[in-house]
Design a protein around this ligand. Structure first.
Ligand SMILES: Cc1ncc(COP(=O)(O)O)c(C=O)c1O
Length: 368
């Protein structure tokens, strides 16, 4: 499914040198390595500016804290995403309000958002799932009409664009994850917050460090959300290759598209105006579980992102008290959860391997 060692080997000496630089300096938290990495990403996503933080989950938490989302507030988000998106909302004491997704892109359906807005709604949190942006023009229009904040969960989409604007510069504030399997992966945990609003950025900067500014004076209850300098140094080396790696992923995706054309599976669709960075190449099949085991028998890794939509998660679903959502509430997300299968995609993947995966899928479908 993924070979992280190949990428590490190609940059091994440079990464080790960068880590040595941090160890020699003994500036182990934030410091110049993190600042240098932030500046590198600032250039990629103008006019947004960034802050390196501890991980993507904390980035979401900081964004909501900075916007003062809390108890009594509602946040609109899709039910088809990684759990962390909803967890951040729950952690600040707010209520996640789910809105179903589009069948084509797996992203929140902008046409359904307005009807979910209530007087308690404080923010919309679109997720740029699998590496392509949610439809931000209509999302921002609803937000403007109801004075809501827009928090982009861009955990999977650094480098993606919509109509020429980078993911992270499309809403009020954005969050990225550098979990090692992401398109840009750290050597451990890391994430970032990005915003073009200087006041919001400053509030996030203070929240990142225990709400403290100046030293030992605490204006807010923040947290220890600081990025390790070693992660900043590693990401600084790897970040220089992100554009080229994302282009490779897109090349692989178009090869898959071509080889799977006419097969009995649905290949991914790209939304209007989107430049997709293919964090995942996710197909749909009505016989998904059988296909997954067929591929496993042929030595092909695949993964299900995600098998249970958030509204049906044990901690969020209706337990008979009418407090949660139930099966059938978000049919498009539920069908996606039953049909999706992510295929191997990473920059170092070879043409032969893609051909083998596609050939295996065609054999399964009786199309070969
Ligand atoms: C959509 C989404 N949101 C949030 C996160 C959380 O990021 P992290 O694992 O860095 O905390 C992830 C990463 O796994 C993600 O995919």
């Amino acid at each position: 499914m993924l070979d992280l060692k190949a990428q590490y080997q190609s940059l091994r000496d440079e990464i080790r040198q960068a880590i040595d630089g941090v160890l020699d300096s003994q500036m182990c938290i934030l410091g110049p390595a993190v600042r240098g990495f932030e500046e590198q990403i600032d250039e990629m996503i103008p006019p947004a500016r960034t802050l390196g933080v501890s991980n993507g989950t904390d980035a979401l938490l900081i964004a909501l804290m900075a916007l003062e989302v809390g108890p009594g507030d509602e946040v609109i988000l899709p039910p088809f995403t990684f759990f962390a998106t909803a967890a951040a909302v729950l952690r600040v004491g707010a209520k996640p309000v789910f809105v179903d997704i589009e069948e084509q892109t797996f992203n929140i359906d902008p046409d359904l958002i307005e009807q979910a807005v209530t007087p308690a709604t404080k923010a919309i949190m679109p997720v740029h799932l699998f590496g392509q942006c949610a439809a931000m023009t209509p999302i921002n229009a609803v937000a403007r009409a109801h004075s809501l904040h827009v928090v982009e969960d861009a955990a999977q989409a650094l480098g993606a664009k919509q109509n020429g604007t980078a993911a992270c510069a499309l809403g009020d504030i954005a969050c990225v994850s550098f979990y090692p399997t992401k398109n840009l992966g750290a050597a451990g945990e890391a994430g970032l917050v990005a915003t073009a609003n200087p006041d919001l950025l400053e509030r996030c900067r203070i929240l990142r460090n225990q709400g403290m500014e100046p030293r030992y004076e605490h204006h807010y209850v923040g947290g220890n959300f600081r990025m390790d300098a070693i992660q900043g140094a590693v990401l600084g080396v790897k970040g220089r290759h992100l554009a080229e790696w994302n282009a490779k992923r897109a090349e692989h995706a178009s090869l898959y598209d071509r080889l799977l054309g006419g097969a009995s599976v649905t290949t991914p669709s790209t939304g209007e105006g989107n430049t997709h960075v293919y964090h995942q190449y996710t197909i749909r099949s009505a016989r998904r579980d059988e296909l997954k085991s067929f591929l496993a028998d042929r030595g092909v890794g695949s993964d299900i992102h995600y098998p249970i939509p958030l509204h049906l998660q044990p901690c969020l679903r209706d337990h008979g008290d009418g407090a949660g959502n139930g099966a059938g509430d978000f049919p498009v997300a539920e069908q996606a959860a039953a049909e999706v299968l992510s295929l191997p995609i990473y920059p170092e993947l070879t043409r032969e391997k893609i051909e083998y995966v596609a050939d295996s899928i065609r054999r399964f479908s009786g199309d070969a």
